[in-house]
Write a protein that binds this ligand. Structure first.
Ligand code: ASP
Length: 341
């Protein structure tokens, strides 16, 4: 029987870094050298692996939408030639990349497993080896037609993942969505939670440099700050509100800034600062006031998913009204529609 084939896009991140006098930095060649010496990759249960090292390797805090497009394009071009894909990535913006890939890879039929590590593979005690081996096995054998995050023993839907720890080995979770699998003594995949493949043919729906932003509310937030953020050329704002989507609407200048921007066509998406639960704009007089001025619900989306979804929708060239409609629909499993609640 032929071994499954896995393509690895190595984009950078701590997993392949080395220590320097200025702290950890990407080290071209270091990861590949270490992989060649790993007997695990020769194991009969492992897939055949092809690793492509990106130039330049990036600390993921330097990633931009063009980097997401490059990864997505690599996958689309090789989709039929491999059984699955692994993206090795820095943990800092990994959840943004996983979310963006889920929107860009319309009609995906193979697993795309995004992973990285908190400690480089070259260090004695590291989480890189386990994360890498798990990601390769899932990419090679699971046939899950989704963008996934595999990290620290958890398998998560990519567009539900958030980085929850800056130094723990269990750095990612999806607090608002059940895990898709556990990678403990056995690999247990929760097949009933996997989304079926889209019936449309595979297509790359690239994102561009849409002008989007996020603003976290805090008690006393100044309406002038909000007004400045909403100025042209901003197209979309993820407003991180309290609880079920609440905001200080008794401040007329604050509500007025939202109303004026929404009337100009800025798409304002309300997401919750809570890690669990969902936005429900019907619940309070305050939340209804937001809806009345044109703010739309982000339901239970992560900030990462909401921002990348806006980038994706604006790139399609849809009108603000259409973006408002689509941002509230479940496109890739990134939100739970109200009736599934
Ligand atoms: N700064 C690193 C990065 O995101 C952190 C990591 O990979 O853990 O590239």
């Amino acid at each position: 029987m032929r071994r499954p084939r896995v393509y690895v896009a190595y984009t950078g991140g701590t997993i392949g870094m080395r220590r320097s006098e200025r702290g950890y930095r990407p080290a071209p060649g270091a990861l590949l050298e270490r992989l060649e010496a790993m007997p695990e990759l020769e194991h009969e249960q492992m897939p055949d692996v092809e690793v492509v090292e990106y130039v330049p390797l990036l600390d993921s805090s330097d990633m931009r939408p063009a980097d997401w497009v490059r990864i997505a394009r690599d996958i689309v071009e090789r989709h039929d030639a491999y059984d699955g894909f692994v993206v090795l990535h820095g943990t800092d913006t990994l959840a943004y990349t996983a979310s963006a890939l889920s929107f860009m890879l319309r009609g995906l039929r193979k697993p795309v497993v995004v992973t990285g590590s908190q400690v480089p593979l070259v260090e004695l005690r590291n989480d890189a080896r386990e994360n890498l081996v798990n990601a390769l096995l899932i990419a090679g054998t699971s046939r899950i037609p989704e963008v996934l995050v595999s990290f620290g023993g958890r398998l998560l839907r990519g567009n539900r993942a958030v980085k929850v720890s800056s130094d723990g080995f269990d750095a990612f979770d999806s607090p608002n969505h059940p895990v898709l699998g556990r990678l403990g003594t056995r690999i247990e995949i929760r097949h009933h939670r996997i989304r079926p493949a889209d019936d449309r043919p595979l297509a790359l729906e690239a994102v561009g440099d849409a002008k989007v932003g996020a603003l976290r509310l805090f008690p006393g937030v100044d309406a002038e700050v909000l007004r400045n953020v909403l100025r042209p050329p901003l197209q979309g704002l993820v407003l991180e509100c309290y609880g079920v989507g609440n905001a200080p609407v008794s401040d007329e200048a604050f509500l007025g800034a939202l109303a004026e921007a929404a009337a100009r066509g800025v798409v304002i998406v309300d997401v919750s600062q809570c890690l669990e639960g969902r936005v429900s704009l019907d619940d309070y007089a305050n939340t209804r006031a937001l809806r009345d001025v044109g703010v739309v619900s982000g339901f239970d989306m992560t900030v990462e998913a909401a921002l990348t979804k806006l980038c994706y929708l604006f790139e399609r060239g849809d009108s603000p009204e259409r973006v408002r409609e689509l941002v509230q629909l479940d496109l890739r499993g990134e939100l739970t529609p109200p009736d599934d609640g």
